[in-house]
Design a protein around this ligand. Structure first.
Ligand code: SF4
Ligand code: SF4
Length: 654
């Protein structure tokens, strides 16, 4: 709440967003999952409650527990305190622990998972509203379908491929995400009455103008970045298909169970997550020509073939212009790739792909710099560092882009310079085709899987507003609930448990197959990890009227986050000035340092031990839980939209 400035402390009067912002995991999650709620529930052994909380805002909670990039963990307070530097609460892995017991993977009745949703509408909707077409059956498109079907819209999802899931099905390796699990979450959404049509390409088999004539009233483009960016390296085009392949195509073929030949010595160009997936997949992939008749698409028969052949010797070299520290891939993925035998070549540039009828090698140079003084991408190479890496396969993994096939008939659809559809950021509605909306990568650029879900939820509201003519507003409500200090207690050893990652398959057995690499926590481990949560909704609230300035709370605080300063040492906005004037009867500028004292607290580091509250001889410190709820309400029905700040006559709390 306070930071050192020339004043020297800048403070603010807390409001609903301040209290909410202290729960870092929830504010860090694009769909605002109450991660705090489910990790606490796991720590207490309430596993169905945990699943209910995790599933409420997210129809892909089970997949999320396996592959989410977990921005919640980046914001988790446990990763920021002094008593334990082992890292944030394992929020993603704990979600998996909950979903494995109560999620679609363990439900006989898929429909039951729909009943945990907190999206508007019903899990048994009457589908009598307008027809809506969704282009693309990935997580973003299916989430939009989920939210709109719950409201009674008749939603048809057109998926170009013969399998659902979009990029999750074609771009995420099987060893990271079970296709059965993905299909179950999609099947659950179809239980709402969503019509999922596989193998139908909008643009090729049917066009948006034709669908308009068939009565569809809104279109949601959820096409994703499904095409790989070709390499500008000399030789790449000439040798395309003769040893040069596009990485995202490789992942798609492998993930769809199709045979895909890679040679004995592979070089991957690129250092992002897709490149890491490609190199890790390549370790597992060695299909020889002629085995195609053995493949069984959709059954992933190739994984069996690969296991048989994976013992064959192979080299995988990954070259990229960035330094090792600048790699645009998750550290976890990089480490895993290295463990699985991939050799990294940082600051290495592909100068030319060599070969006449087939790839024989790649000429590289070391990189001096990638960005010039004006901030432009302008690689500078070091002469005299030429080196040839001999290889028979080059896999290009330098980026992804949109496949614009769906534009047939609406070619004038406005786009941004970034290559996305130009949409209103609040409603995700096209700026020049009012009945067209966009979600996921094609609307907001390449981001995390969970960002795609969040954009789809926002889009569903936009579509509903467009079709009903109503406007909706988010109404927030919150209040403080005092907790009894006598019995107050965090879980036993909550501050001593360190972060433990879920167990993983032995490295030597990974490259031989496509089995999932990560296992689930044991129950004991999950409960301990859940108990690490610092319950950031609990706040330390001071009653300034009772305080005798003894300083006992400051001395006992294990995180050293409490401080008393003269009233003249703080500064803030008009609300702070008004509060000080109300307390002291004169403007702050007229006060002397001895006229008053302010208690400051760095709320981002509190571990909720309550030692301060327990030691206070005047009972002027309370531990109070912030309770919060929000809902979308039609604008005309709103009577109260804001939660007032909580100033007291004596000062301000926390
Ligand atoms: S400590 Fe708990 S409540 Fe706080 S951010 Fe982490 S998971 Fe959320
Ligand atoms: S509860 Fe009180 S003593 Fe414990 S860390 Fe928070 S401010 Fe410090």
């Amino acid at each position: 709440m306070a930071e050192e400035t020339k004043a020297p402390y800048r403070v603010k009067v807390p409001d609903i967003d301040y209290w909410r912002g202290k729960i870092g995991c929830q504010t860090g999650c694009p769909v605002k999952t109450d991660a705090r709620g489910y990790v606490i529930a796991i720590g207490e052994g309430r596993y169905e409650d945990a699943y209910a909380i995790a599933r409420a805002p997210n129809p892909f909670a089970s997949m999320c527990g396996r592959i989410c990039g977990c921005p919640c963990e980046t914001k988790c307070t446990r990763g920021n305190v002094g008593v334990d530097t082992s890292g944030p609460v394992s929020i993603r892995a704990l979600k998996r622990f909950a979903t494995e017991q109560y999620g679609v993977e363990n439900l006989k009745d898929l429909h039951k998972s729909l009943e945990y949703s907190n999206a508007r509408g019903s899990s048994r909707p009457v589908l009598d509203k307008e027809k809506i077409a969704v282009v693309g059956g990935g997580v973003a498109g299916m989430t939009a379908a989920h939210d709109l079907a719950r409201l009674g819209y008749r939603v048809t999802v057109f998926e170009e491929l013969e399998i659902p899931g979009g990029q999750m099905a074609t771009g995420v390796p099987i060893y990271r995400l079970s296709r059965e699990l993905m299909n179950l979450e999609i099947a659950a959404i179809c239980e709402l009455g969503v019509d999922l049509r596989l193998g139908v390409s909008v643009g090729r088999d049917v066009t948006i103008p034709q669908l308009r004539e068939e009565g569809y009233k809104a279109f949601i483009i959820a096409a994703g970045f499904m095409a790989g960016r070709p390499s500008p390296t000399p030789g790449a085009e000439k040798l395309r298909g003769k040893g040069v392949h596009i990485g995202i195509d490789l992942l798609r073929e492998v993930n769809m169970g199709k045979p895909y030949h890679v040679g004995e010595r592979c070089v991957v160009i690129g250092g992002g997550n897709v490149a890491m997936d490609v190199v890790r997949m390549t370790v597992r992939t060695n299909v020889i020509p002629g085995l195609s008749q053995l493949s069984k698409p959709k059954n992933y028969a190739m994984t069996d073939i690969s296991r048989v052949l994976a013992s064959k010797a192979k080299t995988i070299d990954c070259i990229f212009g960035e330094s090792r520290a600048q790699m645009n891939a998750d550290e976890y993925e990089i480490e895993e790739a290295i463990l699985e035998g991939v050799k990294l070549h940082p600051q290495t540039w592909p100068v030319e792909i060599l070969g006449e009828d087939h790839v024989t090698g790649i000429l590289t140079k070391k990189v001096k710099s990638l960005i010039d003084a004006t901030g432009r991408f302008n690689p500078q190479l070091i002469d005299g560092t030429e080196k040839v890496i001999e290889c028979d396969t080059v896999i290009v993994s330098i980026g992804q882009m949109v496949n614009w096939n769906f534009l047939t008939g609406i070619e004038d659809l406005a786009k941004t310079p970034r290559g996305t559809i130009d949409v209103d950021p609040e409603t995700l509605q096209s700026t020049n085709h009012p009945d067209v909306f966009a979600v996921g990568d094609i609307a907001v650029g390449a981001r995390l899987f969970i960002d795609g879900i969040a954009s789809a939820q926002k889009c569903a509201v936009g579509v509903d507003e467009f079709l009903t003519g109503k406007s909706f507003k988010l109404v927030k409500r919150g209040y403080m609930r005092a907790l009894p200090i006598v019995n107050y207690g965090m879980p036993d050893k909550y501050d001593a448990f360190i972060r433990q990652e879920p167990p993983e398959r032995e490295t030597h057995s990974r490259a031989a197959g496509f089995d999932l690499v990560e296992f689930n926590y044991t129950e004991k481990a999950a409960r301990e990890q859940g108990m690490r949560c610092l319950r950031c909704h609990v706040n330390v609230v001071f009653d300034a009227e009772k305080c005798i300035l003894c300083g006992l709370c400051i001395n006992i605080c294990p995180e050293s986050i409490l401080k008393m300063v003269p009233v003249t040492d703080v500064t803030g906005d008009a609300d702070v000035a008004a509060l000080i004037e109300a307390k002291y009867g004169v403007p702050q500028e007229e006060l002397l340092p001895d006229d008053g004292t302010i208690m400051l607290m760095d709320g981002t580091k509190c571990i909720r031990c309550a030692l301060c509250a327990k030691i206070c001889p005047m009972d002027c410190i309370s531990m109070e839980a912030f309770e919060y709820e929000e809902s979308l309400v039609p604008v005309e029905t709103i009577t109260r939209t804001a939660f007032p700040p909580v100033p007291t006559a004596a000062g301000y709390k926390s």
